[in-house]
Design a binder for this molecule. Sequence first.
Ligand SMILES: [Zn+2]
Length: 280
Amino acid sequence: MNDFSDVKDTFSDLVSNRRMPHAVLIEGGTQEKRQNAAKFLAMYAVCSSDTRPCGVCKNCIKAKNMGHSDIYTPKLSGKTNIISVEAVRELIKDASIIPNDADTKVFILYDTDKCMPEISQNAFLKILEEPPQSTLFILTAESKKKMLSTILSRVQVFTLKNEKAFDEQASTLALEIVEGILSLNEHKLLLATAKLNNRVVFKDTLNVVSEYLRQGLSQSVGNNLQSDTAKAIAKKLTRQRIIGLIELSSKAIIRADRNVNMALLTTWLCGEYRRISWQR
Ligand SMILES: [Zn+2]
């Protein structure tokens, strides 16, 4: 069973504020990720424990298996699998009835950009304008751009990261780390490495850091790379130190694969980066 680790981060603000909106739209990512995210939120909404979603209470387990009596997904109809206006009306009727087991009644509408024609979206608008107490509507869509603006103004949008955005995150973070290594201010590196709190981000980022360092090494042996980062590395660090940093990055990636504590690993990494770059 999925542990939701790939979608949890998206909702961290919501979970820490403990304020559940009446309606959310989950967009971006893959279809599988969106479904997973919707399940996570549904579980969060019905969980009866203090730390939600606990994953072990009766409500959570039923939600995980999509067998919870307070979690609904409207029937799709026709050859094109749409959520018809009739299905929306049915849903509106259902929403006015109080939940059975949980405190919240959850409605999940998958792929609304494809399954909900404008006429259904307009019918659905009615309930978003005056949502009944204790209901949560979860909509998923590949992109929010395909939804009516009137719907969008009444839902809280959560965007899942796609793989490309993930690469961008790794590059941005890698640059911060390189700047931290080159900076006299130790705090900068500490802040940057603290963001490596997840194994995948850690490894992806360090691979990019290594790439920057290799470019720096290439620059320092006389190849002019025209890259500001490579130039800065070559200017501030000796070849010996750059090689040491590349080796350290590889070592850290191997360590991340073993089940070590990430906080300890990043602290160690930060200290070692500083030692190799600056120790006399
Ligand atoms: Zn629970």
